[in-house]
Design a binder for this molecule. Sequence first.
Ligand code: ADP
Ligand code: MG
Length: 616
Amino acid sequence: MPLSKRKINILPEQLCNQIAAGEVVERPASVVKELIENSLDADASEIRVEVESGGKKLILVADDGVGMGREDLLLSLERHATSKISSEADLFRLGSLGFRGEALPSIASVSRMRLRSRLRDELAGHEVYLEGGIVKRCEEVGTPHGTTIEIRDLFFNTPARRKFLRRDETELSHISDIITKLALANPAVQFQLAHNGRVVLELYRHRQLRERVVAVLGRKLAPELLELQPAAADTLRLSGLLARPNVDRSTPAAVYTYINGRFVQDRTVRHAVLEGYRGVLMKGRYPVAVIFLEIDPALVDVNVHPAKSEVRFRDQRLVHDFIVSSVRDRIRDERTADAPVHPWLATNPPHQTASEVPSRPDTASAPDLDRSAAVQESLASYARQMTAHAQGNRSAFSAPPGQPAPPAGLSSPPPLTQYNSAGFFAGLKIIGQYRRSYLLCEDAGDLVIIDQHAAHERIGFEALRAQFNRGQIEQLGLLVPVMVEFDHKGAALLNEYLPELERFGFDVEPFGGTTFAVKGTPSILHEADFEKLLLDLVAELDEAGGTEMLLSAVEQVLVTIACHRVVRANQKLSEAEMRALLRQLDEVDFSQHCPHGRPVIHRVSGGDVERFFRRT
Ligand code: ADP
Ligand code: MG
């Protein structure tokens, strides 16, 4: 239509609601979130959620809160109808979770909705039934006090949106994720979630946050939780629980942050928590933490995001630094009061505090880090002396290609072909084993040092990559299946990603509740901590978005599997075993980058050794 002929229309109410629904209602989990938040605002002490087909067919949320009378019930369905604010000033003093008065009409406009509610001290309740936002019926009914809202056929009238919904398991895992987040912030409220008639989550009333965290995130966390000493600045207060750094995850998904009681995945807050843990967790690992920030509502704008998942602080720096120091202090206290958090920290000089311990450039398992740290340190100081001696001469230290920059004072990598020439490793003359962790070898007058654990991992990774590229990862069936129990979120994720795990060589079956039977694993593994491995993998798959995985994510998954091979550091190797390891290294294609980025080999040229001892 030519521009000049256009006319401005005022959109019909119904369309406005559908547009608003686009912002608020993305998927079943967003409906669950809005409804539970309403129940919490209504002072419910018990909230029951029932879903069918991942919420696509049915979402029901029932509470025992204050309820609504007939008039309010109908009003609640009007746009901008809310009992929670009445003036602009209120907007900056929000105590409740909702306030836009948009959720119910938005959800109603894209579903078939039934609301039933009764005020506590009234005899009869009322029920309203709507289709696509149009009220079809309103009648008096007998019902327990509180409110029950039932949503059927979400997006039935907006097929384009319905198409975006994913598998039932995926939608269910989003729902259980949202319930986890809300349940952590409300330990005194009882929650139940049932899917297709089966109860998948049952949380009783808890007196303490600690009990709730353990119930939701897993019993094994119980002995590892540190309480944040309630710290308060003028306008800020921080509380919550931090898991000791020996508990770690491969993604930051277990860092739960709340602002004034609301789950907010705020970047500043999350960054601050991670910063507080810096130096005590290995690089690429993330903590488990549940943190509540109370802040004067006048100093934070929560009204910047329709789903209220981001906020704007007036003084971002202050908030950030406050959190960093509270978290860091708590973890540091623990370290001085208690045993060291990591076995490898124990061997560091006592004056070194957690934050001074350099973070390692990899995700190797803890026990061998003291050795590699010590070796790297002495190598680095050796190199410093050497560069001082041999000005203008290129240092002979080198890392293989594709590896991170070597420590200061070391030179750039040698040509790719160096480790790629056929039989390079097999041709090395073995001098011996150093600290049961490194092979010392000689090659044409140079000293070659090989990290046996890194080599073992790299070999495993290459084997996996080759198998994956061929289309099938070799599987090893376990004679006796290993039973592994997960927390409910882990179980939901695991259920979702079972087909992907199969692609990576795992045979895992649900075994009722949150227990799974591991029946087969990639053959390179033999044995491993399956629970930790599966949790890591599932978290990674979740971040990468499941089946539409990028190549980089595939590699990351393969690296994670390879890392869980039985540790080969600190293990005495016979001459034959060293030979075998070297032969296997010849199969590794060092010209391809390894996403792990951990050096396998260091070479010290004979010339540099001589220069160091001033023989030239
Ligand atoms: P908001 O939560 O932003 O106020 P909603 O559309 O979510 O907007 O809800 C509108 C109003 O309906 C609320 O302000 C509240 O008064 C009422 N309401 C909604 N759900 C419940 C419930 N479960 N119990 C009691 N009142 C409710
Ligand atoms: Mg609401």
